[in-house]
Each structure stands twice: as C-alpha cells, then as structure tokens.
Design a protein around this ligand. Structure first.
Ligand code: A2P
Length: 325
C-alpha cells in the first residue's frame, strides 16, 4: 500500500482522442417507431434475484438507423401519462449493441433493462418502475417510441488500438461495455481489455456465457467477476468490483502502470468513490496521478474520502470515464 502525493500538474500521458459523434438525430419532438426484434433474460439463471432483459429493437428504415456508436444511449418514451396528465418523460438507456448494431447493418439497437420493483417508503405500497417494466413486458413485434442517439464522452477513443482498457461495471452498467467489447472484437481485439463485473449473486451475472466465451477466444481479454453477497468456488470472500483491482493485481497492476490504459466505470452511483480509493491505495503516486488529481489536504487520508469530494478534491483525469446512476 502506498500513500499518494498531491499533484497539480496536467497529465497528458496516454490521453485519448475521443471522436466527435452525432447526437440527437432523432429528437423527442419527432421520435421514431421501432419494433421489438428480440427479448430475452440475460442473467445466468432465470431464478436470479433481479429480472434483467436484453431487448433488441428494429430501427430499419428510420432516421435512427446506423447512427450510434458504442457507449452512447438512446431514448424511450413510454406510452401513457403521468398522474398530472402530462405525457411520460423520455428515459435514456445505454446501448448494449456494438456500433452498427447486432447485425452490423445498423438496423438492430439493443439495451439491457432491469425491472425496477420497490416498496414506497411511506405508504409501503408496491412501486413498479414505469419504463423498465413497460420495456420488459414488451413482446416481439410490439411497437416502441425511440429517440437518440445521446452521449459524446463515454466512448472508445478515435483509434481504439492505441489504448488498453479496464472496464468496471455493476449490474446493467455492463451494457456499454458489451457494446465496446463487441467493437473491439470486430477489430480483432487489438488491445488488452479487462472487464470487472460486480453483481450480488453469481446468478445475477449478465451476458456471462458470452463474456466467458470471448475471454476464452481472445487472450488479451480477461473477465473478472466480483460477487458481493456470497462466496463462490473461485472467490473465497465477498467482493465489490473495486476489491477485484487488488485481488487480480497480477494482471491489472501492469495494465494500470501502462501509459496505454484507460479506465471506464459504469453502474451504481457510489462505486466511483470505492474505485478511486482502491486505486489510491494500490498505485504509487506517479501512476495514480495518471488517473486522479487530488487536493493536497486529502491525499494522505484515503479512508476518510467522501463522495462529495468528487470532483473538486478528487478529480479524474482524461484517462478515466465515468457513467453512474
Ligand atoms: P450489494 O448490493 O451486495 O451491496 P445490481 O445492479 O445487480 O443490484 O448490482 C449492483 C452491485 O453493486 C451489487 O453487487 C452491489 O452490492 C454492488 N455495490 C453496491 N454498492 C457499491 C459500491 N459502493 N461500490 C461497488 N459496488 C457496490
């Protein structure tokens, strides 16, 4: 474990060039109608604690066709109205399909949706998320109103082969990484890629057999799971994704030390603090400075860092990409 020293320098080493991509080609004022092309459970087990679906939409012949890049999102406008009588607002979903879509011709856009089911804190009545349950209920051939694409930062660099990648996901935060990994596979996996994936139970892992197969097929792609609520044959203690950084430091340490490596984080809000704290504990100051710029007064007090210190006191560099919700 090392103690980082503060730094006010600008670090340009390994800084990626992010391509300029089109956004808002289909606006909420003039959305398109797509049809459900496929829908399937994408957890390991149908008995997983959460219900998560991989849903594909056919956008052929619409202005949304072939517009998106891996890492972007698209909008869904659920039918019906809010209690105040106004139309439901648009919700954004991360695209899980690669650039060019599931079939490569730009016609099939995909997302990964978890049903939101909860209890109202004061009335203790059942709360069902409007859009997630609408999407998960859809059948093949059903029509849905879409917009997009949206997003200009959470993207692979202009020349993906110039970099290596540590992708850190929890739950449906896997969606943009499925998309990016498929883009990298299309390029014959020119980079080292490590995917760290966190779920409560093994049965909740998403796209697990695909990811396992891809790791078997591509030597430079490694897949690291972190199960938070039980131990498994390959994991002797409960782990969060950030704990995987230390557990698998043999593979991840050299990647983190390399000027080529970019870190992408997507999933549960709050995980970024844990990831940043773990990086601060694992990396020597010169390496840490490639990913984080720290205010001097907090640099030596990692265990007391709080989320509200991001981004003023804990500032990510251009080599870290964050999308949490
Ligand atoms: P847990 O819920 O056991 O605390 P899902 O979206 O499928 O619910 O998965 C989210 C995963 O992220 C769970 O394994 C959850 O663990 C874990 N998690 C919750 N809080 C954090 C955090 N602050 N940092 C990293 N992982 C977290």
């Amino acid at each position: 474990m090392t103690t980082p020293t503060p730094s006010n320098e600008t670090h340009t080493l390994g800084r990626p060039t992010i391509p300029a991509v089109d956004q808002h080609i289909v606006k909420p004022t003039n959305p398109i109608i797509a049809k459900v092309h496929a829908t399937r459970i994408c957890t390991v087990s149908k008995k997983a604690a959460g219900f998560v679906r991989h849903i594909e939409f056919d956008v052929s012949g619409t202005p949304l066709e072939n517009t998106w890049h891996a890492g972007q999102s698209f909008g869904v406008i659920p039918p019906g109205t809010q209690p105040n009588g106004k139309a439901h607002k648009l919700r954004l979903y991360s695209i899980a399909a690669p650039t060019g879509g599931e079939t490569g011709d730009g016609t099939i856009i995909t997302t990964t949706v978890k049903r939101v089911v909860d209890e109202h804190w004061n009335t203790h009545k059942l709360f069902k998320g409007i859009c997630s349950n609408y999407l998960c209920d859809l059948q093949i051939g059903d029509e849905v109103t879409l917009t997009g694409p949206v997003g200009k930062r959470f993207l692979l660099p202009q020349n993906p082969a110039d970099h290596d990648y540590i992708f850190i996901a929890t739950g449906t935060g896997i969606a943009p990484f499925r998309s990016m990994i498929l883009d990298l596979i299309k390029l014959n996996m020119p980079s080292k890629v490590a995917l760290l994936m966190g779920t409560p139970y093994e049965s909740d892992l998403l796209y697990h057999s695909d990811l396992t197969n891809w790791a078997n097929e591509h030597q430079s792609f490694t897949y690291h799971t972190a199960i938070s609520r039980h131990i498994t044959p390959t994991q002797s203690k409960k782990l969060y994704v950030q704990d995987r950084l230390g557990e698998d430091f043999g593979i991840l340490g050299p990647m983190l030390a390399s000027d080529r490596t970019l870190i992408y984080i997507c999933g549960i809000a709050g995980m970024e603090l844990g990831v940043f704290q773990t990086l601060a504990k694992l990396l020597p100051p010169d390496q840490l400075a490639q990913y984080l710029e720290l205010a001097p007064e907090i640099a030596n007090d990692i265990d007391h860092w709080e989320r509200k210190m991001i981004p003023k006191k804990i500032k990510k560099t251009k080599r870290v990409f964050l999308e949490v919700y």
